[in-house]
Design a protein around this ligand. Structure first.
Ligand code: 13P
Length: 255
C-alpha cells in the first residue's frame, strides 16, 4: 500500500493577512506549476484564510486548512466558524483536536468527535490530532491514551468517511520544545495507532489511512522520521512559519 505523504503547516496564532501574503508570494514560484510526490497543506488563522485563498486557492499543489471549526452548521454560537463557511474560501482540511485546544480550551474526545462528524458531513477533511503528555508516557499510559483518543474521537465515522481523515500523532512533549520523538518512538506509536484503526475499521482502512507525525519537525530531522514505514508526512508548527524551512522539510521528507 503506497500512501501519498501529506505535509501541513500549522501556523497556530501567527501571521495576519499581510504576513500571509508575504509567505504566499515567497512560495508561489516554487509551488506553482510544480507537481509534488506529496500533498501540501497550509493552515492559517481564520482571518488570514481569505488572503491565502486569494493567492493560493487555485494553485493545485497546495490546499488550505483551518485550525478548528464548529460542530454546528449555523446559529447562536458566538465566536464560532462553521465548516460550510470555511468551504467558501477553498478550505479542504480542518485541524481538529490539536493538543493546544485539548489542554487550553478543554476540548474533550466527545466534543472533538462531534466536530469530526460535522466536518465529514460537509466534505471537509479532518486532520485529527492525538498524542500523549510526558506524564502519561512516563506513567506507561501511552497506549491507553491513544486508544481512548482514537476510539472516541472517530466514533461513528463511516469507513468511507475515514478515507477523508488524516491522523496527526503529536506527542505533547515534543510540540514546540525542540525535543523530537526519536524515529523509533514515533514509528512505534504510529504502528500502534494503525493497529487501532485496523481494530475499529478493518485492515484495508488501516493500510490506507495517512498518519502524520508532529512535534519539533525540522529540515534536519524530516528525512529520518519520514523514512519510517508508518509515518506518512508531518504536521509542522514553528518550522513552517518560514517559507524556506517549510519547503526544505518537504524536500527532505520526500527525498
Ligand atoms: P512544532 O513543530 O512547533 O513543535 O509544533 C507542532 C504542532 O503542534 C503542529 O500542529
Amino acid at each position: 500500500m503506497t500512501r501519498k505523504p501529506i505535509f501541513a503547516a500549522n501556523w497556530k496564532m501567527n501571521k495576519g493577512a499581510s504576513e500571509t501574503e508575504d509567505f504566499a508570494k515567497a512560495i508561489l514560484p516554487k509551488v506553482q506549476h510544480h507537481t509534488f510526490p506529496c500533498d501540501i497543506v497550509i493552515a492559517p488563522p481564520f482571518t488570514s484564510i481569505p488572503k491565502a485563498a486569494e493567492l493560493l486557492g487555485n494553485v493545485s499543489s497546495v490546499a488550505l486548512a483551518a485550525q478548528n471549526c464548529s460542530q454546528f452548521d449555523s446559529g447562536a454560537y458566538t465566536g464560532e466558524v462553521s465548516p460550510m463557511m470555511l468551504k467558501e474560501f477553498f478550505v479542504h482540511y480542518v485541524i481538529l483536536g490539536h493538543s493546544e485546544r485539548r489542554a487550553i480550551y478543554g476540548e474533550s474526545d466527545e466534543f472533538i468527535n462531534a466536530k469530526v462528524l460535522k466536518a465529514l458531513e460537509v466534505n471537509l477533511r479532518p486532520i485529527f490530532c492525538i498524542g500523549e503528555t510526558l506524564e502519561e508516557r512516563e506513567a506507561g499510559k501511552l497506549e491507553e491514551v491513544l486508544r481512548r483518543q482514537v476510539t472516541v474521537g472517530l466514533k461513528d465515522v463511516s469507513e468511507e468517511g475515514l478515507g477523508d481523515v488524516v491522523i496527526a500523532y503529536e506527542p505533547v512533549w515534543a510540540i514546540g520544545t525542540g525535543v523530537t520523538a526519536t524515529a523509533e518512538q514515533a514509528q512505534e506509536a504510529h504502528a500502534f495507532v494503525r493497529s487501532l484503526i485496523a481494530e475499529q475499521f478493518g485492515g484495508e482502512a488501516a493500510a490506507k489511512i495517512r498518519i502524520q507525525y508532529g512535534g519539533s519537525v525540522k529540515p534536519g530531522n524530516a528525512r529520518e522520521l519520514m523514512a519510517c514505514p508508518d509515518i506518512d508526512g508531518a504536521l509542522i508548527g514553528g518550522a513552517a512559519l518560514e517559507p524556506a524551512s517549510f519547503l526544505e522539510i518537504i524536500e527532505n521528507g520526500t527525498a
